[in-house]
Design a protein around this ligand. Sequence first.
Ligand SMILES: Nc1ncnc2c1ncn2[C@@H]1O[C@H](COP(=O)(O)OP(=O)(O)OP(=O)(O)O)[C@@H](O)[C@H]1O
Length: 304
Amino acid sequence: MPAVEMHAVSKSYARRGRPPQRALDSLDLVVESGGVHGFLGPNGSGKTTTIRVLLGLIRPDAGDVRLLDRPVPDGLPQVIGSVGALVETPLFFPGFSGRRNLRLLAETAGLPRTRVEEVLETVELRDRADDRFKGYSLGMKQRLGIAAALLKSPRLLILDEPSNGLDPAGIRDVRELIRRLGHDGSTTVLLSSHLLAEIEQVADRVSIMARGRCIASGPVHEVLAGRSSGDVRVRVPDRAAATAVLTAAGFSVTPTEDALLVSAVPAPGEVTRVLAQHGHYLEELTPVAADLESAFLALTAEPA
Ligand SMILES: Nc1ncnc2c1ncn2[C@@H]1O[C@H](COP(=O)(O)OP(=O)(O)OP(=O)(O)O)[C@@H](O)[C@H]1O
């Protein structure tokens, strides 16, 4: 049974004095149960609208929606208790500790205090659980939000752009947490993001949104396959020497203004290894945006 099924779902927002804004355009979407399902699309492609529809926060104009095998919105009361969501920065009492905030939520939901300790452990906040919420870093606040969403042991956890605004350490922590949650076996994670790299690193499956439609869906390695043999941009102090080393190793290298473009690299680690073996240490190695991203941009470009 899929966690989410949407068929021909459309939604337009009314705008004063202007034609309505179409956010979902006959969207078909299936999220299979288990693992992390990436929901990838540029800003404005309809991800948040989709999530709002799923949670019954807005009504679509047309189409069928099922959440954990129940129709939305009519069957929502039966399943909403099995769905955890982090849609915006969650509201906590700033002067209360993380633990106290969670205890309040647990009490309201009729859950035991032991559950609070379990979710604190899951999000690795036990050490800081007695500190006030307002002193937490953004990443910790976000993890507390995820802890709150986990309290009721949801079968489906929906996270809308959970890395937005976080520093690199916060992003790494949240990413590792999502990976763990996806692999614990009992929860399906639906992770929305506009960052290809984020989805690539944590998701098992992905659906790509553009202009209110799903343009591709499937296992990440299949949908994003174009990237694995892609180009990488490399910056090294001695470009001429590095070009010679890479060319001798069989790579095709094109110098650019401030870097080298290495083409059709099967694994970026190979480039690192070859260069390091010859005493060249990388300042930067970036996979170059692959066809998928260009397709993205073309699909999402506003018509002239
Ligand atoms: N309340 C609203 N009123 C009018 N238009 C809206 C409203 N909410 C969203 N939109 C528009 O609907 C389209 C889809 O927005 P949505 O927020 O679902 O996209 P998104 O992929 O989640 O992007 P983002 O990451 O920027 O939120 C956009 O063109 C957006 O401007």
